[in-house]
Design a protein around this ligand. Sequence first.
Ligand SMILES: [Zn+2]
Length: 299
Amino acid sequence: MVNRFCKCYHHLAGKPDAAANFYNDRFIPTHWALNYFKLSECWGVSLMGCCKDCGGELEEIISLPNGLTGDALFQAIYDIVQTVHPYDVKSDALGYYGRCKERSEFYKRRDNRKQSRRSKEFLELFNDWDREAARLWLEKHFPPEKHTEVFRDTGGSLFSTVVRMAQDNGDFGKAGAILDYYLPCEHEGSTRERVKLTAYEFDFVPILNYGCEGIYIDCYLKGKFDESGRSSIHVGTLKTLRRDLECAQIMGELCGSLMHHAFEYVNRGENLHRYTPAKQLEAEYQRQLEQAGKADNDE
Ligand SMILES: [Zn+2]
């Protein structure tokens, strides 16, 4: 379904099949995207691209079947991204062909990608809140093939996971009733910075304070969480509109829970592996190969 037009389109509008013909001639896809606030309300996958003539942004949306959730939803999104090829025909003999060469080349490149690249791009489609569920789905269906291939968390996805762990543990009992919202930082303002966490020498630090309209818990990572040289990033916020003592005490207790669950999560063996710096993973992998080689020689 055509969802966007560039400036070249106006003189064609209104003619039968104009939109489809227009896209057929000019649409060059560049990447896939999901635009949603709640994943359960996501109804389509976007193929983003540009106009061959003016370079303007174009978007084709491929609808998802209604009512999918959990694994079935991830599978449907994955299948669309890997196989659908709007406006081109695919034949066994010729590969992709259609009215726009650049588009056929995009589909061909897509089909030639390695699994590790497919998995990483799939993970990038999701908001921080859903990144963990998408990662678990990937690890189940397309487990990484090498010691060095890991699916990283982002600052916002770590925050989301920690909030979910606290909820599952019943720690939101009192806070749940007074909270106005809790959001990973990617939802704030226009910046969608997503810091991938590639080191584990950091603390998860919830900071409790009065804000302009209530009490806020601002969660930060402090220490070494990637290779950027920064030592502090904001990853998410929980907020209540009340300002009284009882409320301050409840929010304080919640800070303790969040700190605890973050520590438990990051230091769990399989997660620690995903937070290990790339260089260290590479060194560990080389050692494993050498050991395996030695074992072969000994036989
Ligand atoms: Zn155009």
